[in-house]
Design a protein around this ligand. Structure first.
Ligand code: MN
Ligand code: MN
Length: 315
């Protein structure tokens, strides 16, 4: 299924907000990802009706869910993002083999959850040493898009670099044109949000994606929130563009059920970049695993410092 390629309407030539503001929005994106993961995991694989029966409107980080998580525990979405962030930190830049090695070490350590496509891709890397599998119709899951935040932060100020790294990291485990397109687009929205652009600008970027790849059209919203990357992205885009705050966006997203930790994580990344760190609910941040929260803050700052924006010295 060929997807028309870029031109990727990148944030790269957009004049950037000042660096302290970008740093705060970058933390918002990465912390937002973790909050959406922790919030959504409680209702992962439930239907909206089941969520209503069990929680009314689900809006608190309470743990549980099919993984029996303690409150504030994150899952593979956040953990894989942290692996990539640590690899960029350790290399002082991009080293795809180090990214793959960190992901393999994470998988071998027995994480609470690993997606089947991720497992397949990392096993291939282990056995063959290849950094990409062949294109596969089965690779259209959301597992690459959900871990794009560290790449977006480390490439702030350069949309072409974002696209290059985004697709490279995606194909470690997912080689599918719709996964590629969704992964790059989530990164692009994070770039625009961190740059302080308004919602009409983000909407134009999304409209351009839908024009190139009509499968992502989300109006009217079809109500599917599965792990298929098209359903996932439609759910996130619909929630983001029909709400006007971070919490409202995440609550709207995860109450769709389905792959709720991952739709929540991606919505949290986009909304966190757009609304900024100050918009994250304190009661959610207090619940978030303390070690994860501290590491995310440290790595967010580090990734921004390593990015073209950070190295540009605009302070
Ligand atoms: Mn997960
Ligand atoms: Mn998930």
């Amino acid at each position: 299924m060929p997807v028309p390629g870029p031109p990727f309407a990148s944030a790269s030539r957009v004049p950037l907000a000042d660096l302290p503001d970008a740093r705060s929005r970058a933390r918002g994106a990465f912390l937002g990802l973790a909050l959406g993961d922790a919030l959504g995991a409680t209702v992962e694989f439930l239907t909206p009706g089941e969520i209503r029966a069990a929680h009314g409107t689900h809006r608190e980080i309470v743990g549980g869910g099919w993984l029996h998580l303690r409150p504030g525990r994150v899952t593979d979405d956040t953990e894989m993002s942290l692996c990539i962030a640590r690899a960029i930190d350790a290399a002082g830049g991009w080293d795809l083999r180090l990214v793959a090695d960190r992901l393999v070490a994470w998988m071998r350590a027995g994480p609470v959850d690993v997606g089947s496509t991720v497992r397949k891709g990392l096993r291939r890397y282990l056995l063959e040493g290849t950094l990409s599998g062949p294109p596969s119709d089965g690779d259209g899951g959301n597992g690459a898009a959900m871990r794009i935040v560290p790449v977006a932060l480390a490439t702030l100020g350069d949309g072409a670099l974002l696209e290059e790294w985004a697709v490279a990291q995606a194909r470690l485990t997912h080689h599918h044109p719709l996964s590629d397109a969704a992964t790059v687009h989530v990164g692009e929205l994070v770039h625009l949000g961190v740059a302080g652009r308004g919602k009409p600008r983000l909407r134009r970027a999304t409209d351009a994606l839908v024009a190139r790849v009509p499968a992502f059209a989300f109006e009217p919203y079809r109500g599917l929130a599965t792990g298929y990357v098209v359903d996932t992205l439609q759910t996130v885009l619909h929630a983001f563009f029909t709400t006007s705050g971070f919490e409202e966006c995440l609550v709207a997203t995860v109450n769709r059920g389905g792959d709720a930790d991952t739709t929540g994580a991606i919505a949290g990344a986009v909304a966190g970049a757009y609304y900024g760190e100050e918009a994250l609910p304190q009661r959610w941040l207090r619940r978030l695993d303390r070690t994860v929260r501290a590491e995310i803050v440290r790595l967010s700052d580090r990734l921004v410092a390593l990015s073209p924006l950070g190295r540009g010295g605009a302070s």
